[in-house]
Design a protein around this ligand. Structure first.
Ligand code: KIV
Length: 250
């Protein structure tokens, strides 16, 4: 997956969680779709990604796979689903059965990555801010932790991850990692030097006006569009303008 893209053309990944959005994201021509465990926060209304289950991830991965038949889909393994290498393989296979081409795991989980790769499952790593275990969502790699993140990146790269998400770190650290690994780095809040970029689709579309971290660029304001459409519908129904002749059978 993504062969030949390192250092050549920027890779574009976006999250998707359902059939219709997956279809649109594919039509728009992204390189990869991630069924992220951000599902828990932006779709299911959980406080964090820590509550997301395998069952929920598989349910949404199935829907995304129906909508995007020609774009590689990566299933994000939820917390607990890769607690041991054996469990990781069993759960990763479930993602593949429902249409994913590979899986993503957070952190320098060497024995898990080694096992998945040796079983032929394409693995995307994830370093920097790790939402499944972080106590708070903030920039990492600005101090002493930078060296560990760099070393972890080299370790998971050597184990054979095909790609590596770098989340919420200074761009110079992401640059150093990108220049020293074979895998394709995909940044989120990690600056312009990564091989590619990912955003959570709900953030890019502006679905939640109260959520605007520095690294998110809103390409639309869907919260306003949706609210206005619903208000218009409500008013037209209340005052009898909908349904009119054009929307009725005679
Ligand atoms: O769950 C997710 O959407 C992610 C991205 C932020 C990379 O892990």
């Amino acid at each position: 997956m993504l062969e030949g893209l390192k250092g050549n053309r920027k890779v574009v990944m976006l999250t998707a969680y359902d059939y219709q959005v997956a279809r649109l994201v594919e039509q728009a021509g992204v390189d990869l779709i991630l069924v992220g465990d951000s599902l828990g926060m932006v779709v299911l209304g959980y406080e964090s990604t820590k509550q997301v289950t395998m069952q929920e991830m598989l349910h949404h991965t199935r829907a995304v796979a129906r909508g995007a038949r020609n774009t590689p889909i990566i299933g994000d393994m939820p917390i607990g689903s890769y607690a041991t290498p054996q469990l990781a393989v069993e759960n990763a296979r479930k993602f593949i059965e429902v249409g994913a081409k590979g899986v993503k795991v957070e952190g320098c989980v060497t024995d898990v990555i080694e096992r998945l790769v040796s079983d032929g499952i394409p693995v995307m790593g994830h370093l920097g801010l790790l939402p499944q275990t972080a106590e708070s969502y903030k920039l990492v790699g600005k101090g002493d932790d930078a060296e560990k993140i760099f070393r972890d990146a080299q370790t998971v790269d050597k184990l054979g991850v095909f790609s590596l998400v770098l989340e919420c770190m200074p761009e110079q650290l992401a640059k150093k990692i990108t220049e020293n690994v074979k895998s394709i780095t995909i940044g989120i809040g990690a600056g312009k030097y990564c091989d590619g970029q990912v955003l959570v689709i709900n953030d890019l579309l502006g679905m939640d006006e109260s959520f605007k971290p520095k690294y998110v660029k809103r390409y639309a304001k869907l919260s306003e569009v949706i609210k206005k459409a619903v208000v218009d519908f409500r008013e037209e129904v209340k005052d009898g303008r909908f349904p009119d002749d054009a929307h009725s059978f005679h």
